[in-house]
Design a protein around this ligand. Structure first.
Ligand code: ZN
Length: 624
């Protein structure tokens, strides 16, 4: 639950001003017409020549669309560490060896998540690879997009749904429920199984760590570890090998715990691994199996069925959305880490400022078990590395639904250095939009500071009852983290964390970031809360448009408005009131004319639609 994803619109940008939908191709695109014709011809030839050998797959996007989406101004590249990076060269020989095993492990995790995401991903990739060998350029361009979004299905940065497979859509249950299972059938089966007394079987289905399959006219949940036994055993092997070579004994102990948790399906083993992992502060290397449950929309449908939900709860079953997993490998950056850890001591002070703080236990435990590291990334695979309109900038794990937090485990926050590149370009999309005197104040550090306190804010607030908020849980938790980070700005300035100049920059930047390039659908937790925040700040007269159509932020209103909003959020989290949460989200998830106007201007200033993470060092290590 603890990730902050930002739109790459803010990272990589372009100056070009070609409207997205053109009737006649502009000059720059005319040269590609010839290539396009060739592409289409090739595709036709391939299609005819190889019909019957394509597993039934056809490429979903036209040659024109593929060319458009893979152009540099629309397709961003995020480059992770290269093979000659000093960060890598400086490592001890043993750590270098360990790193290679960790990259292999992360790659395998990526493969598993590819299957959790959709059963068609890997067969379709195989199809693309065979087409590329035959010289199919459409397949080659499709593969670029596939590598970026790490799967066949995605949304782009303007929230268009992308399917790289012709005639196919991502199903609600992704790869963790049967593709042909409808919501109605799902709910009926659950109900029937409960009336038949199969409580344990239903429990297994509705945990965060199972794949649900058909079992006659019923359903059956199989723990990830058992379902992907072969793959997880290979991951465990690489972790054990890495533990033999790495120079840090704490890190090795974690790797051994993690390997055990991948060999036997037992949440408690995960908890031991998570608990050890969360203590890692001074290790040369970073390795994480990330687990996040934002993306399972099937389990969440249960929260809309009050009768079923009550029936489940009466039988002691709390449905939890399923985890999607990722592999993160990196090298801890000392300097960046020192900067970030200086924020840690402030957490208890900030906890004092939380609204209604006497009504609940803060998520941070008394001894403030929170580690945080800044990491130079070697690779990010699976869920943590996919660019689907956004990419993970930092992650605070484990999430609140995990057992380790109940056995005395803390949290660990990992910041992704390479995701913060091109900071100088951060504000380009707003250049023509913001009043010049405020534009001049924006500082490249604003986003990083905000991210740090967003992540910290996840460790504040009520520490239980979140699951009662069902499908609104993630939206509200992310909303809390954003708004708390801003509500504390004045206190942090008083404590000397921000200068007055930085304070203003941070507040202006925050207000701007809530304006999106297009209206998101209600399923994207991270984007929904941005619309909600834009609406709330609009209602409180924080944002005004000048006569010539520029944005003016009333800076002094930002913090009081955030404080007001934070109170509403914390009230909902304390009460665990699903209905109140729904009303709160509906009230604020409103796309206003002002948002539409700003979205249009942002689209003019930034053409970026998709992006891809490049991993040269990891590629070199995995080929050895
Ligand atoms: Zn977050």
């Amino acid at each position: 639950m603890k990730i902050l994803k930002i739109n790459t619109q803010n990272q990589i940008y372009t100056n070009t001003n070609i409207p997205t939908k053109t009737v006649s191709a502009p000059k720059a695109e005319q040269n590609s017409e010839l290539l396009l014709t060739q592409l289409n011809n090739l595709a036709v030839v391939n299609h005819i020549a190889f019909t019957g050998q394509n597993n039934g797959y056809e490429i979903g996007l036209s040659g024109r669309e593929l060319l458009k989406r893979t152009k540099p101004e629309r397709f961003g590249h995020i480059n992770l560490l290269s093979a000659d990076a000093p960060e890598y060269q400086r490592l001890a020989a043993g750590d270098k060896k360990a790193l290679a095993h960790l990259v292999h492990a992360a790659n395998l995790i990526g493969e598993i998540n590819m299957k959790l995401d959709d059963e068609n991903n890997i067969p379709f990739r195989t199809y693309l690879e065979s087409e590329i060998k035959k010289g199919n350029l459409r397949a080659e361009l499709t593969y670029e997009l596939f590598k970026g979004q790490k799967g066949a299905f995605s949304q782009d940065m303007e929230f268009n749904h992308i399917s790289l497979i012709k005639g196919m859509k991502q199903s609600l249950g992704k790869g963790v429920y049967p593709r042909d299972l409808s919501v109605e059938e799902f709910h009926n089966i659950l109900e029937r199984m409960i009336y038949d007394g199969e409580i344990e079987a239903v429990k297994k289905m509705l945990t965060q760590r199972s794949v649900v399959v058909r079992d006659g006219d019923k359903l059956k949940g199989i723990d990830y570890i058992d379902y992907y036994k072969k793959e997880f055993t290979q991951v465990a092997h690489h972790l054990e090998q890495a533990a033999k070579h790495s120079t840090n004994e704490d890190f090795n102990e974690f790797l051994r715990y993690q390997a055990e948790a991948l060999k036997t399906a037992d949440p408690l083993l995960d908890a031991y691994a998570d608990k050890k992992w969360a203590t890692l502060q001074d290790t040369p290397l970073e390795f994480t199996i990330t687990r996040e449950n934002y993306d399972d929309k099937m389990t969440e449908t249960i929260f809309d069925n009050e009768k079923l939900l009550k029936l489940l709860q009466k039988n002691g079953i709390q449905p939890i959305a399923k985890d999607f997993i990722g592999g993160r490998v990196g090298i801890v950056n000392k300097e960046g880490t020192d900067f970030i850890t200086s924020s840690k001591d402030l957490l208890p002070k900030l906890a004092e400022l939380m609204p209604y703080r006497n009504e609940y236990t803060q998520t941070i435990n008394k001894d403030n078990k929170q580690t945080m590291v800044d990491v130079d990334l070697v690779t990010v695979t699976g869920n943590v590395g996919e660019h689907r309109g956004k990419i993970t900038l930092a992650e605070n794990l484990p999430n609140i639904d995990k057992l380790s937090l109940t056995i005395g485990g803390g949290r660990r926050n990992v910041y992704h250095r390479q995701m913060r590149v091109n900071k100088d370009n951060l504000f380009e999309p707003y250049k023509k939009l913001l009043v010049p005197e405020q534009l001049a104040k924006l500082s490249p550090n604003s986003y990083h500071y905000f991210t740090i306190f967003h992540e910290n804010a996840h460790s504040l607030g009520p520490n239980k009852g979140h699951e009662k908020l069902g499908k609104y849980r993630n939206i509200i938790e992310e909303n809390k983290a954003d708004i708390a980070a801003i509500a504390f700005t004045d206190k942090l300035t008083e404590l000397g964390v921000y200068s007055e100049f930085e304070r203003e920059a941070l507040l202006i930047n925050f207000v701007l970031q809530n304006y999106l390039k297009a209206k998101p659908d209600a399923h994207v937790a991270h984007r929904v809360r941005q619309v909600m925040q834009a609406k709330y700040f609009e209602d409180n007269d924080v944002v005004r448009l000048t006569k010539d159509g520029k944005i003016f932020v009333d800076v002094e209103k930002v913090v009081p408005t955030a404080q007001k909003m934070l109170k509403e959020i914390i009230r909902i989290q304390i009460d665990g009131d699903y209905k109140a949460a729904g009303e709160y989200v509906d009230r604020n998830f409103v796309w206003t004319p002002k948002m539409e106007y700003i979205a249009k201007e942002l689209r003019k200033n930034s053409k970026m639609l998709n992006a891809k993470v490049n991993t040269p060092l990891a590629d070199a290590l995995s080929n050895n």
